[in-house]
Design a protein around this ligand. Structure first.
Ligand code: ADP
Length: 439
């Protein structure tokens, strides 16, 4: 049952996007989500003087109080100031740009006014839905997302016949649509980059973003967000901005999450799968994300968990050549739809366990996830922080467990502890359920 064995059983293939993304039971929901650690109770959203139809969307979403980052950024953002914002995962950075963009957008033109760039199609899809959710009562508002993998013809048609005011997209696809002349950004007023360090640190993505940026009007508001922004990236980001309002809600050393219990387990590589299964039997969870280092391992481990009757899934579709191995009822749509469809399944609580690479490591928000397991440690400490941020969102409780087999994985764990000033103890034999599960 060891991971190695499971991997051996898997057909040999490569997946382009190895970008790095049960049993148990518990009641759903996040009771603390409306007033958890991230909320500032003294000051309500009303103080931001947002439009009544936008306020209605906020109320419908159940947001009662702005979080610290929302408090620190929204008043500046609605004035049109450039914003460079670093704040912990799960503290509501998305709503900062969603609310401020909807508040100031001019809907009179049928043109793209707001462009939001991010690094994966899953995140683009999620951000699009956050605009639709919070902007639900802003009747004229049109929002769309474009990303690689899907047919570009559909995107072209959508831009021609039903041009959105807000376009969310991955840089490659956006640039492609601009080059073909189908996407025009002459009236753009807001340029937003989410997970900006990920987008700017990778040369290919940065080039695409620059290519898009130079084709947009000079006078526009630029906003960039992430939980982690290294000093060099901060310098790069500021080259896109003019006198930005720089917000660092917590210094980098304090980026770990208060509601989150973190442990490590020292073991041998071959013990990982057995230990994982024991944990899944033993722990109580709403939803769990298990991170592995490659698509191949994600598929193998997911297969193994399914064999053991766990309600497991992965975001990664089987390659076409192995479609005959797909489970009954699995989508036969193209891979891009498949990944979004799978994401939807997990978000809708149709599956409780997601096995993934770091594709799911950043930005993704699934409210019922209360446990994150690093079956394989990530390559670096930033990736670890983003992963564990998938649990304990908006100040709720959560549990993060890291498997450490061998020197390299232990080294990453030590780096995490040093960099974020956090002590991650060895997992005890028993842990109190109430320490990681919201009442
Ligand atoms: P971040 O981008 O900082 O990682 P998100 O924007 O994904 O965090 O927000 C995390 C979760 O918290 C989302 O489910 C979001 O809907 C919710 N949320 C955001 N702001 C508030 C608020 N003021 N009150 C309650 N929940 C909120």
């Amino acid at each position: 049952m060891a991971g190695d064995k499971a991997e051996e059983d898997l057909p040999d293939f490569d997946e382009d996007a190895a970008v790095g993304n049960g049993s148990g039971s518990a009641a759903g929901g996040r009771p603390e989500a409306h007033g958890g650690a991230g909320a500032i109770s003294a000051s309500g959203f009303r103080d931001f003087l947002l439009a009544p139809n936008l306020m209605q969307g906020i109320i419908d979403c159940g947001f009662e109080h702005p979080s610290e980052v929302q408090h620190a950024c929204i008043p500046q953002a609605v004035l049109g100031t450039d914003v460079l914002c670093q704040a912990k995962s799960g503290m509501g950075k998305t709503a900062v740009f969603v609310l401020s963009c909807i508040q100031i957008i001019d809907l009179s033109l049928k043109e793209v006014r707001v462009l939001v760039l991010c690094h994966t199609r899953e995140l683009a899809y999620q951000i699009e839905h956050e605009f639709l959710r919070l902007g639900k009562h802003v009747k004229e508002l049109k929002v769309a997302a474009v990303y690689g993998g899907g047919t570009i013809e559909k995107d072209k048609e959508m831009l021609k016949s039903n041009c959105p005011h807000v376009l969310v997209g991955t840089p490659g696809r956006v640039l492609q649509l601009m080059k073909s002349g189908d996407l025009k950004l002459d009236h753009l007023t807001q340029f937003v980059v989410d997970e900006c360090d990920r987008c700017l640190d990778e040369l290919g993505l940065r080039k695409d973003i620059q290519g898009i940026f130079v084709k947009t009007p000079k006078k526009k508001q630029v906003m960039m967000f992430s939980a982690t922004i290294q000093p060099d990236t901060r310098i790069t980001a500021k080259k896109f901005m003019q006198n930005p309002h720089e917000i660092t809600v917590e210094s980098e050393a304090k980026l770990t999450l208060h509601g989150l219990q973190q442990y490590y387990i020292q073991l041998e590589e071959r013990e990982k799968s057995k230990r994982l299964i024991d944990l899944l039997d033993q722990l109580e969870f709403n939803q769990v994300i298990i991170f592995v280092k490659s698509v191949k391992r994600a598929l193998a481990l997911d297969g193994l968990l399914q064999e053991c009757k766990f309600p497991s899934m992965t975001l990664h579709p089987l390659p076409k050549a192995f479609a005959h191995k797909a489970a009954k009822g699995e989508s036969t749509l193209g891979p891009e739809h498949d990944r979004i469809e799978r994401l939807r399944q997990f978000k809708d609580f149709r599956k409780r366990i997601l096995v993934t690479t770091d594709l799911f490591g950043r930005g993704m928000d699934v409210e019922r996830v209360n446990i994150v397991i690093s079956y394989d440690m990530p390559e670096d400490s930033d990736a670890y922080l983003h992963r564990v941020g998938r649990a304990g969102r908006f100040g709720t409780k959560g549990l993060a467990i890291a498997f450490c087999a061998g020197e390299k994985e232990t080294e990453v764990l030590n780096k995490v502890q040093a960099r974020f000033e956090v002590s991650i103890p060895q997992m005890p034999a028993q842990i109190d359920t109430s320490s990681y599960l919201n009442a």
